[in-house]
Design a protein around this ligand. Structure first.
Ligand code: B3K
Ligand code: ZN
Length: 889
């Protein structure tokens, strides 16, 4: 049981997929729950495909088998074998009932997969996490998503220790047992894969709300949390109700059980989990109140609540045939969540946020040694494939399809997809064919996007011919090779575009060979390596605005003059495109600093923004804050062949200093004070926007006049009515290594003692100290009594925040941080392989580091790879990161 999974085991291949020979029509589960010992009895009603003469094999990991019967008879020792995490049983027939009893130790489960304990032995509660393959840690089962079963689940436990007993499905009775024990039963009539099974047992409080679905079903919504947190669940309840209404209106999807339970835990490997009828959330994405939750976190709570709820259809009612199809549910659900959030908040800001995330998290993944297609062709450990590529790029692919079909067409397609695949385990082909057939369009060419890794580069060149009054736009595409994919296919790339005149007007579009459409914007699809589009009746050289709304997940390469970008930044009506022009101009300005060349771009960027800063007509504080934020360090580094993170950091700081200086300290201060005088803690869009801009202004001020910004930040810290303002101030003090930082940190610690989520912020903010100071601080924080490797949120707050959000602080030239992290990864891997493997991906970009850091990072990764006890999770990440570099290449 202690043996690590064989990290050298053969990969699982998409091409090996076969439908299951044995299915489970119904499962009856009985749990006798205890912290150190839980007994599980499972009765499986089996179905056999007569065409496949394969013995019955069930997955089971780390299970202590107590008994096994087939059709009521004990199975003799010679008629079954349990080895290598498989239980093989002879003589099973179609219609047989197999019954197993196993014993588990939830308290010893530090991997937080299967059945485990959240919190302390005395006060904590039991819960499960099954996706992707946790169910096999609970009982013997064909643990793959194409085996769909109805569930009857009975829980028994001591009433005093476990007063609340929950499982997915509708309640079907509860009562007392002898000896202070009690029981509760749940029936889930909707056939589901085992990864959607869940139970929760312990001392929890609840809030409730009645809900009536559009199709007339009364539903009881219940959110559960530990006593000290239950009052922080009301916002999530509102968000849940909004999500349910939205899915009814936007997609015609109604909820389908009598109860919907949501539970918060502080011990969770990811954000949340969509178990049927019993969603389980990382407390970080459920609890919210103004004193401890920032504006960004409020939006994240709303988005994650919606995401998990939307899975009830995109994932649960229609599930995935196999794990290669993961994006079928994740990409689609992220897209649905993005649509919802856009509608609840601001569409432009949401798009900006999503594209920024894609560029920060997915583009680097797609450009490095861990690059994989949205539908991978192979994996060793599926938990390593819950990536930005499967989620965020997956969502962009759905967005392209939706854009291609238009709102009504996409809805038609989705209706057909749900109708056809309800109760089935589907594939991406099923998705594309339903969308296409509902609209009489062949969408199969888009399948290439799902099978090909790497971010395509879209090159655009314009040529104006005065004699024919025509403007020719030539587009071409190229995708660089990625590991295992030396040759790339041409992809269909939808490019939404507009043309601007020099005075900032949008020009009517007359595309040669196409009927005119109303409006000044249209989509052209590049589906060859190179293609030209000719626009007629154009009086002078226009300025093209391409990929509007980020119509395809590509990197655009176009040779704008700085003045052209400044024009788009001033005149584009679309918030997203305006921001995009600012990003491109900032990048040019950065290049000017980097290469010490032509300063036109720098002055164009500073000039355009300084003008906007004073422009009373731009009545959008949040957009202004985003316009003022140049691309982050990760994005800027992505453009370099050889990366020196310290240099990227220094140049980006310098870039912002130039901007701050151009606007001027007095102006920044005035604006800050005007915004500060309106400060309150309301959550409406205007108040959030003010806080966002105030934070940005204070940041800029801190770069040109640190003492004055630190004094303002110290005041803001003390008087802040909300966590947003308090944390923003603390962050300015810490990042500026201000004299006031220590006392503010001490105050924060004391003020939020007892709140693990606030304590995570206290850890995370300190990892943002500049440069060489960070490692020592991280080491100090590690010895804080509140630090533990056993809690994923705490691990991410310390190591994750450091390595991901402070590249200059993490990538020390002496390599000390790499060695430090490698040691911690080794320890963490013994406790929780999923969290260790995810954290290890912070080293993904190592190959492009400058030589000194590269060598240091390489030897840290190699030292990890030499460790014989690595989990399959971490081993796969480490091996893939090294590629063939392990041999010293
Ligand atoms: N489906 C889960 C993620 C499960 C991760 C397993 N390692 C949350 C979500 O995407 O909604
Ligand atoms: Zn999801």
């Amino acid at each position: 049981m202690n043996a690590r999974p064989d990290s050298a085991s053969a990969p699982i291949l998409l091409s090996d997929y076969r439908p299951p020979a044995w299915r489970v029509e119904h499962i009856e589960l009985d749990f006798d729950l205890g912290i150190d010992a839980t007994e599980v009895r499972a009765a499986l009603r089996l179905r056999h495909d007569p065409a496949q003469a394969i013995p019955l094999r069930l997955d089971g990991e780390g299970l202590e088998l107590l008994s096994i019967t087939l059709d009521g008879q004990p199975v003799p020792a010679g008629s079954y074998r349990y080895a290598d995490n498989l239980l093989e049983i002879d003589n099973a027939r179609d219609g047989s009932v197999l019954e197993t009893r196993v014993r588990l130790n939830p308290a010893a489960n530090t991997a937080l997969e299967g059945l485990y304990l959240s919190g302390s032995r005395d006060a904590g509660f039991l819960l499960t996490q099954c996706e992707a393959q946790g169910f096999r840690h609970i009982t013997f089962f064909p643990d793959q998503p194409d085996v769909l079963s109805s569930y009857t689940v009975t829980l028994r436990a001591d009433r005093g220790r476990f007063p609340v007993l929950l499982a997915g499905g509708n309640p079907d009775g509860a009562g007392d047992l002898d000896g202070g024990r009690h029981w509760a039963r749940f029936i889930d009539p909707h056939p589901k894969p085992s990864y959607l099974f869940a139970l929760v047992a312990g001392r929890l409080e609840k809030i409730e709300r009645d809900y009536l679905t559009a199709d007339g079903r009364p539903v009881l919504l219940v959110i559960w949390a530990e006593a000290d947190a239950i009052e922080r669940c009301h916002y999530a309840m509102d968000a849940l109700e909004r999500s349910m209404r939205w899915d009814e209106q936007a997609y015609g999807r109604n909820y389908d059980l009598d109860v919907f339970h949501v539970v918060a835990t502080h011990d969770f490997n990811m954000g949340a989990m969509e178990n049927k009828g019993l969603n389980i959330f990382n407390a970080k994405y459920l609890l919210a109140d103004p004193d401890s939750t920032t504006d960004d976190e409020y939006r994240a709570v709303e988005a994650v609540v919606a995401h998990e709820y939307f899975h009830n259809w995109s994932g649960n009612r229609v599930t995935c045939r196999d794990w290669f199809q993961l994006s079928l549910k994740e990409g689609l659900t992220v897209f649905r969540e993005q649509q919802f959030s856009a509608q609840m908040n601001s569409p432009a800001l949401k798009r900006i946020e999503d594209v920024a995330l894609l560029r920060r998290a997915q583009f680097p993944e797609d450009a490095g040694p861990l690059a994989h297609p949205v539908r991978p062709a192979e994996y060793r450990e599926i938990n390593n494939f819950y990536t930005a590529t499967v989620y965020e790029k997956g969502s962009e692919l759905v967005r392209m399809l939706a854009g291609r079909l238009g709102d009504a067409g996409f809805r038609r397609g989705m209706d057909l997809y749900f109708a056809r695949n309800d109760g089935r385990a589907a594939t991406l082909e099923d998705f594309l064919s339903a969308l296409g057939e509902a609209n009489g369009i062949d969408l199969m060419p888009y399948l290439a996007w799902y099978g090909q890794a790497g971010t395509p580069r879209l090159k655009a060149r314009g040529h104006y011919d005065a004699a024919s009054r025509s403007y020719t736009l030539t587009l071409s595409q190229l995708t660089q090779p990625t590991p295992g994919q030396p040759h790339k296919q041409v992809l269909p790339i939808p490019v939404k575009l507009a043309l601007f005149a020099a005075d900032g007007r949008m020009l009517p579009l007359h595309l040669q060979g196409h009927a005119d459409t109303a409006g000044n914007e249209r989509v052209v699809v590049l589906d060859r390596a190179e293609q030209s589009f000719v626009f007629q009746q154009i009086d002078a050289l226009p300025i093209p605005s391409l990929l509007r709304g980020f119509s395809a997940p590509v990197i655009l390469d176009i040779d704008y003059a700085p003045g052209e970008l400044a024009l788009l930044l001033r005149h584009d009506k679309d918030g997203f495109n305006r921001w995009e022009a600012a990003q491109q101009l900032a990048t040019r300005a950065y290049d000017a600093l980097r290469h010490g060349g032509d300063a036109t771009a720098l002055s164009a960027w500073c000039g355009a923004l300084a003008e906007l800063f004073e422009d009373a007509h731009l009545n959008d504080d949040a957009l202004l804050a985003d316009l003022f934020t140049p691309p982050g360090e990760i994005e800027l580094a992505e453009r370099e062949q050889v990366v020196d993170p310290a240099q990227v950091h220094a140049l980006r700081q310098q870039l912002q200093q130039e901007l701050g200086a151009r606007i001027g300290g007095a102006s920044l201060r005035r604006r800050y004070e005007a915004l500060a005088s309106q400060t309150q803690r309301q959550l409406d869009a205007a108040s959030q926007a003010q806080r966002r801009l105030k934070r940005r202004v204070l940041d800029l001020l801190s770069l040109i006049d640190a003492p004055s910004a630190h004094a303002l930040a110290a005041d803001q810290y003390m008087s802040a009515p909300s966590m947003t303002d308090r944390l923003a101030a603390l962050s300015v003090l810490v990042r500026g290594d201000a004299p006031q930082a220590a006392s503010a940190l001490a105050n924060f610690r004391e003020r939020h003692a007892g709140d693990p989520l606030a304590l995570d912020k206290w850890f995370a903010v300190q990892t943002q100290l500049p440069g060489e100071l960070t490692l020592a601080r991280v080491q100090l924080l590690e010895s804080d009594p509140a630090f533990t490797l056993k809690n994923p949120n705490r691990v991410n707050a310390l190591f994750g925040a450091w390595a991901r959000n402070n590249p200059a602080g993490f990538h020390r030239i002496d390599g000390a941080a790499y060695r430090w992290l490698a040691e911690r990864l080794q320890q963490l891997d013994l406790l929780n392989p999923q969290v260790a493997a995810r954290l290890a991906t912070v080293l993904n970009g190592w190959k492009r580091l400058e030589p000194v850091r590269r060598e240091a990072a390489r030897s840290a990764i190699i030292s990890l790879s030499a460790e014989p006890q690595l989990s399959r999770n971490l081993a796969e990440i480490v091996q893939n990161m090294l590629g063939n570099a392990a041999a010293g290449a």
